[in-house]
Ligand binder design. Structure first.
Ligand SMILES: Cc1ncc(COP(=O)(O)O)c(C=O)c1O
Length: 401
């Protein structure tokens, strides 16, 4: 995080560079810190708080669930899993879901599916294609799949069996896998989040789908950050008119309640059998209720349309105000997943924005990232622009490329 980050407490491990504030409560897209200062939430808990804060329909539903049962066990049927799996398969066109608690766990499940897919076909050392600048999590397997040396440093030996390729280059993918009978899957984010808001082109996604079909590989799309309506479709890959075989989800699915899922189509849905995979907390009744209610409220309040409309407005405004400034390389992204890439590291913008009452993040060192709640209004989008534009301008004027 920024150079202004404060050290953690004496008892909490020092794993995060944190800004020196603590949030106490929120309402919609506003949050307040423990000193009473208000902020506009352009971060949404890093693409998690889909419905914003204190949503008038989500909160009573969760309260109701807590009084009934929070956790049972996967020793028993959990009716909410049936309901949420049915909904996710309806929205994705896939067939089955497995529930866990986080993004990395969903990705671990995907990686295990790919390996077993290979082993079931007699491939003893399965290999998975992954991408430069990708981020898939911080477990040993998912950090090995991640394309960021900073995330991997100090944690070797990495898990083997990954082939890394650049984004949006079908020839590079073909070349990297040429004559290799051990390839079992291609694994990527439709729009890289932590990597700096880097979208896969739609024509490239279609080419990869075709290659996966021709070569009998699994197409595994990590929609942990870009999924759940953020880009204006339920899942970002749907803009390209394709369907993956495996799709990890998390973040926005529970609107703040920890939840993850891996959703699979016919090619991958029956790879796991009893005993192959599991988790204590995954799919518990509270998390399932959060997922079910989040999707119901998103549908009722047309939040996909809102993400598309308000996101386009926000992007256009940022492009108009910042796009031609020297020092601004690009304003990009889709729906309410936007990045402003500068020509220099810009972590210092975090503190400046925070001081000015706006929460956001900086990723890949030089990309200002906005992933606000999907309930963001056009007026709130305008407010983000009004706060952020002068900050970017003064930062560029005072710093060097
Ligand atoms: C695309 C993507 N995959 C996986 C993860 C890991 O999710 P989690 O932090 O819930 O483990 C993230 C987190 O930022 C992500 O953006």
């Amino acid at each position: 995080m920024s150079s202004n980050a404060q050290p953690s407490s004496p008892h909490v491990m020092n794993t995060y560079g944190r800004l020196p504030i603590a949030l106490s409560h929120g309402q919609g897209c506003r949050v307040w810190d423990t000193n009473g200062k208000a902020y506009l939430d352009g971060l949404g808990g890093i693409a998690v708080n889909t419905l914003g804060h204190n949503h008038p329909e989500l909160v009573p539903a969760l309260q109701d669930q807590i009084t009934k049962i929070i956790h049972s066990s996967n020793y028993y049927h959990v009716p909410g899993q049936e309901t949420l799996a049915a909904k996710l398969t309806e929205l994705s066109g896939l067939t089955n879901a497995f529930f866990c608690c986080t993004g990395l766990e969903a990705n671990e499940a995907a990686l295990k599916l790919a390996r077993k897919f290979g082993h079931d076909r007699g491939i003893e050392r399965p290999e998975i294609v992954v991408y430069e600048a990708a981020f898939h999590g911080r477990s040993i397997a998912t950090l090995s799949a991640t394309g960021n040396p900073k995330v991997q440093a100090g944690f070797g030996p990495l898990v083997e069996g990954f082939i890394r390729v650049p984004l949006n280059d079908i020839e590079a993918l073909k070349k990297a896998t040429e004559g290799n009978p051990n390839v079992v899957a291609v694994f990527f984010e439709t729009i890289q989040g932590e990597g700096g808001i880097n979208p896969m082109r739609w024509d490239y996604l279609r080419q990869v789908r075709q290659l996966c079909d021709e070569r009998d590989w699994l197409m595994m799309i990590d929609e942990v950050q870009c999924g759940m309506g953020r880009t204006g479709k339920w899942f970002a890959h749907q803009w390209a008119g394709i369907k993956p075989d495996v799709m990890p989800l998390a973040k926005g699915l529970g609107s703040g309640v920890p939840i993850g899922a891996v959703v699979a189509g016919p090619k991958a849905a029956n790879i796991f059998g009893p005993g192959n995979h599991g988790t204590t907390f995954g799919g518990n009744p509270l998390a399932m209720r959060a997922g079910i209610e989040t999707i119901r409220i998103m549908e009722e309040h047309k939040l996909l349309e809102n993400a598309d409309k308000v996101g386009s407005h926000l992007k256009e405004s940022l492009q108009r105000e910042l796009g031609s400034l020297p020092g601004v390389k690009e304003v990009r992204g889709q729906g309410l997943m936007l990045g402003i890439e500068l020509d220099r590291p810009c972590g210092a913008i975090l503190q400046r924005a925070c001081d000015a009452g706006l929460l956001l993040s900086v990723t890949a060192d030089s990309v200002i990232r906005l992933v606000p709640p999907l309930v963001l209004s056009q007026a709130e989008a305008d407010e983000i622009v009004a706060i952020l534009v002068p900050i970017v301008k003064s930062f560029l004027a005072e710093s060097k490329a």
